[in-house]
Ligand binder design. Structure first.
Ligand SMILES: Cc1cc2nc3c(=O)[nH]c(=O)nc-3n(C[C@H](O)[C@H](O)[C@H](O)COP(=O)(O)OP(=O)(O)OC[C@H]3O[C@@H](n4cnc5c(N)ncnc54)[C@H](O)[C@@H]3O)c2cc1C
Length: 454
């Protein structure tokens, strides 16, 4: 019998923590997990899942409009109820959270619904004052939305609050240029909210392929989002009717809500890290090696708290790999190359592999294949949107280094294309694949002409 109460104590029941706990228990370890908010974590409760449900809701106005081109007449103008959407979303995340909890219990993981902090290399202190000892401790506490210091900041909402607004404002100001900012701006605009996006940079979505950045911003602007670039909010004042926003460049905007989506930071403050000599970096992130080991031998960290690649499927893999390493007799690290990702704006982005800029920076000679076209559905609906498809190809080996798509179902397409990229498919392999007609994605296998910049 081990000298500890449990073999593994997991702090945080989000994407990474739940997976680590369940797999470790499956390997026969005695496991406990603590969650201070709701089981499921950011992704399920206030991230990917509720956000995507809102994205679905935001796309119906397009569908209603397109329908006419296909012979449909709507008997009356469709009505939208934000409270009904939020209530339906809440029911779904409650269902999912319940499933996560049931799965943990079925796996024999002891669930503590309270905050836990580290209290020495083998100790965890729970909010109720009890102390549990563990052979190993996994920190899986995720992150939180970054705050700023300026007059009236407390009047702003974060993505957490945006998912729970009681009413939809007539006007909203969103600050930020990352995927969360553009996704929410896109949702609000599509639901009829007058939306202004303010961003310190000159372009949204830093790090993505430049063509995607240009095209998505242009498409969002066409769909009604106003952009104030190279600017930021310096003051928010409560007025009778709403909020008055002042920006650094001297703009004054009125809005019902102001949303700050300026990044996320690891949630390491007050976690007791000093008791094990682990010092987070200037952003609060915990440094780990490829096996998620921190500098303290019995302490591990996975998911957003390590700030490696802040995505749910990565947190899940890190949790799974750690459980296999510690209790499955199989040291496992994960491969961060060619991770597909999406931005659920409308139109949406799906992307995998190197952007054109990253490929060039790596010193390779590359070929670019790309096309912008009007999808078939738009011919009858009259919708303006165009799609972008782009392949970045290594000139020497012919390997497809990156696939970048903007348009309807881009994320679904890229998930599948990512298999080919991961397997090392060449442009010749893409060309040898027969087109599936009529689809938009057939363009990926019919791109014959190298882009020459014309
Ligand atoms: C608005 C939004 C949209 C997103 N969209 C996507 C998307 O489309 N696709 C995607 O892949 N990723 C998306 N993400 C990112 C994704 O949610 C995270 O990468 C993922 O949830 C990280 O998992 P994690 O296990 O590291 O942490 P989390 O899921 O954040 O879980 C950490 C848990 O730990 C708990 N906790 C913290 N401290 C303690 C403590 N001391 N004691 C007990 N419990 C504690 C927290 O309450 C939380 O439940 C989104 C994030 C946000 C905010």
């Amino acid at each position: 019998m081990s000298e500890y109460d449990v073999d593994l104590f997991v702090i945080g029941a989000g994407s990474g923590g739940v997976r680590a706990a369940r797999i470790a228990a499956g390997h026969g370890a005695r496991v406990a997990i603590a969650e201070e908010f709701r089981i499921g974590g950011t992704c399920v409760i206030r991230g990917c899942v509720p956000k995507k449900l809102l994205v679905y809701a935001s796309r119906f106005p397009d569908a209603f409009e397109d329908a006419e081109g296909f012979g449909w007449t709507l008997p009356q103008a469709p009505q939208f109820s934000w409270p009904a959407l939020i209530a339906a979303k809440d029911r779904e995340i409650a269902r999912l959270s319940g499933l996560y909890e049931a799965n943990l219990e079925r796996s024999n993981v002891a669930v503590h619904q309270q905050r836990a902090v580290i209290d020495g290399p083998h100790g965890v202190r729970l909010a109720d004052g009890s102390r549990i000892t563990a052979g190993a401790i996994v920190i899986a506490v995720g992150g939180y939305p970054v705050t700023m210091e300026f007059p009236g900041f407390e009047l702003a909402i974060s993505s957490n609050d945006a998912l729970d607004l009681a009413d939809l404002p007539e006007r909203i100001v969103v600050q930020g240029g990352g995927y969360i900012a553009v996704e929410f701006a896109s949702v609000f605009a599509a639901l009829g909210v007058e939306t202004t996006l303010i961003h310190r940079g000159g372009k949204v979505l830093r790090g993505f392929d430049e063509d995607l950045r240009d095209d998505v911003q242009e498409a969002m602007a066409r769909r009604g989002v106003k952009f104030l670039m190279n600017d930021h909010v310096v003051e928010i004042e409560q007025t009778g009717a709403g909020k008055l926003v002042r920006t650094n460049c001297g703009a004054t905007l009125e809005a019902g809500e102001v949303m700050m989506a300026i990044g996320r930071r690891p949630l390491t403050a007050g976690l007791g890290l000093e008791s094990v000599g682990v010092e987070p970096d200037h952003k609060g992130a915990i440094a780990v090696d490829e096996y998620s080991r921190t500098s303290a031998p019995s302490i591990y960290a996975i998911g957003d708290v390590t700030n490696r690649m802040n995505l749910t499927p990565i947190a899940i893999r890190e949790g799974h790999a750690l459980a296999d390493t510690l209790f499955g007799g199989r040291p496992t690290s994960i491969d961060y190359a060619n991770v597909p990702t999406a931005v659920f704006t409308t139109p949406e982005i799906g992307t995998v592999g190197l952007s054109e800029e990253q490929a060039r920076e790596s010193g390779r000679a590359i070929d670019i294949y790309k096309t912008r076209f009007r999808p078939m559905k738009a011919t009858l609906s009259g919708a303006e949107g165009r799609m972008l498809m782009k392949l970045v190809v290594d000139a020497a080996s012919d390997r497809v280094l990156g696939v970048h798509i903007l348009g309807e179902d881009a994320a679904e397409m890229v998930q599948v294309a990512a298999i080919a990229v991961k397997m090392g498919a060449t442009k010749a392999d893409f060309d040898a694949t027969v087109a599936l007609h009529p689809t938009a994605s057939e363009e990926l296998v019919t791109l014959r002409t190298k882009w020459t910049g014309a």
